[in-house]
Design a protein around this ligand. Structure first.
Ligand SMILES: [Zn+2]
Ligand SMILES: [Zn+2]
Length: 195
């Protein structure tokens, strides 16, 4: 495993800037991996590791950078809860921990870098040195990962009876005895443009 400083440098580069979220994300990932017995997330342990993030903010990029997990590999899943938390799962042993960034850490940052007047700068610097238990809460959990959300080949591929698009990974919906895609079932996020 690379050092914290090296991991932070890489994640800031991928993310586009160094921010408090990068510090939180790198430390969160290191803590999570340690608790589930994963030492080499991008090497020998890469197939055992699965991460669920609960927010699409800065720290998520850091978690992806440290763990090597990604949406495209289906080893990273995004549950849109808006909570600065992530669950790290060892698929081999079933061990899983959910790590949450503590809200109190924002205030505690004044204890570590009182000389820094800028709140964001202070948090960034403080988060580098704060003890893990001030920065995070950690719970042992059992992760309930649906079979359709696991890495590997798609379990199913079906055609939407309405629009004809193909739907993989069990995302289809049955409505009035027809198999349709989510868009046709009313979840369409786009609309056509006339002209
Ligand atoms: Zn950022
Ligand atoms: Zn459709």
């Amino acid at each position: 495993m690379q050092s914290f400083a090296e991991l932070l440098e890489v994640s800031a580069k991928i993310h586009g800037h160094l921010c408090a979220g990068q510090v939180i994300g790198v430390r969160m990932a290191l803590l999570g991996l340690r608790h589930i017995g994963v030492d080499d997330p991008k090497g020998v342990d890469r197939k055992k590791l699965y991460v669920i993030v609960e927010i699409d903010r800065c720290a998520t990029d850091a978690i992806q950078s440290v763990t090597g997990c990604s949406l495209g590999k289906r080893s990273l899943r995004w549950m849109d809860f808006g909570i600065m938390a992530a669950t790290f799962v060892n698929l081999k042993t079933g061990q899983a921990v959910r790590v949450t960034a503590r809200e109190e850490a924002r205030e505690l940052s004044t204890k570590y870098c009182p000389e820094l007047a800028d709140k964001y700068q202070r948090q960034l610097e403080a988060y580098r040195v704060m003890p893990e238990d001030e920065l995070f809460t950690i719970q042992e959990v059992k992760a309930n990962i649906p079979e359709c959300d696991m890495p590997g080949r798609p379990l199913r591929r079906v055609q939407c009876a309405q629009c004809g698009d193909y739907v993989q990974d069990c995302r289809e919906i049955e409505q009035d005895n027809k198999i349709i895609c989510r868009a046709c079932a009313g979840q369409r996020y786009y609309s056509g443009v006339k002209g």
